[in-house]
Ligand binder design. Sequence first.
Ligand SMILES: [Zn+2]
Ligand SMILES: [Zn+2]
Ligand SMILES: [Zn+2]
Ligand SMILES: [Zn+2]
Length: 482
Amino acid sequence: MEDLQKLLLHDHGLSVSTLPEKGRCLFTTREYSPGEIILSQEPYVSVPNKTPVKSRCDWCFTSSNVKRCSSCQVVWYCGSKCQTSDWKVHRLECQLLAKLEKNRIKSLTPSIRLMVKLYLRRKLQNEKVIPTSVTDNYNLVKDLVSHISEVEEMQLVLYAQMASLVNIILQWSTLNIKEIAENFSKLACNAHTICDSELIPLGTGLYPIVSIINHSCSPNSVLVFEGRIATVRAMQTIPKGSEVLISYIETAGSTMTRQKALKDQYFFICSCPRCIKLGEHDDIEESAILEGYRCKNHTCNGFLLRDIESKGFKCQKCGVVREKEEIVKIASEEKTMSNKASVALSSCHNKEALDMYLMVEKLQVKLCHSFSINLMRTRETLLKILMELQDWKKALTYCRLTIPVYERVYPKFHPLRGLQYYTCGKLEWLLGYTDEAIKSLTQAVDVLRITHGTNTSFMKDLIAKLEEAKAEASYKLSSMDD
Ligand SMILES: [Zn+2]
Ligand SMILES: [Zn+2]
Ligand SMILES: [Zn+2]
Ligand SMILES: [Zn+2]
């Protein structure tokens, strides 16, 4: 830890402190400006998601041109470069996998593989086959919290079963099932979902230094991935001596929803500036807007609260009451339809799913406030389905409908906000709305250059698209002059 402190201080302007109520925290020892990289780390171990359709390279997570490892037939690589980089660990893993029965291979989950790789890498570092460094050693993994004493009985049983499977695969006489189970608990609250630039999940990785960073529902930093490398960037100016904070969860929900998510997965009660307002007037209003009902009076945008006298829900702006029975009826229709729609979508019946989600949307418009999170999610789903069906015009309509809600629930430099502007801009460009496309792509660049940097191929593509749109606009203008 001492060496890590020195390195963080010297190379990054960071320092690790331990606070009694929060555990380890990462602080800045200098100012960071928006978009600046705070730290980057390779995973201690990582593994791609298991998907029936798309196999991914075990090292860099790409899905293009991947080939199966000829010995184990389980793991995929995009080429010899990635295979070589992974070889020391995979050489051992490969022998173990090749020995496994077919049925066991089928039941091999990413978590099991991640744990096997964790033990293999620890062994190889102990034997000095893989070198260790200040930022790459098992002690960093050892220091991570597991919250094992707070894990529910059912979950513990599951961890024990997973641990015995790891034991069967590794077949080391020295292994301790209890320790493996505890490590599963550690992965559950410390491993990060590795996403591509568009925040589509690709796999899971353990980044022990990134794990030191604590959570806030209004964070000053953002974690993004470039291939397997995790990068934390400042989203705003971070003064010297501040704690670096990222968000572990979707921050768009109400305080109650966010706190439940944090308690369930990470075992703590958040006391960020948004969370300490729980139960205050503004917070109640916000919850009622995000997750509550709309006013019966269609021209009113007031929020509704439970009314004891009428046993219904009363608009806090115009005073009109919506009866409980009416709300319950629509809510139950909406729930039934949502379930059906999600079944249709997951079985890839896009046309059916589209009709069903349109009905869900109709019901939610009747039921929810116009800034409702559920309505926003439904419209996001409609946008995705319409893109799949290549109905660009309708897709753009839905993309535009989500923008005001995004602007309300996400801070200015949130990657999701930038990505939504990007989708809007791409659709406008495709439909020939050059001026609108320039506006949306400019908004996308403004956000994403902070959250994603400017060096990735993703950002280069975006910037090139914007240049292209600008060139076309000025061409149109000059040909009008002629
Ligand atoms: Zn690769
Ligand atoms: Zn292999
Ligand atoms: Zn919070
Ligand atoms: Zn009203």
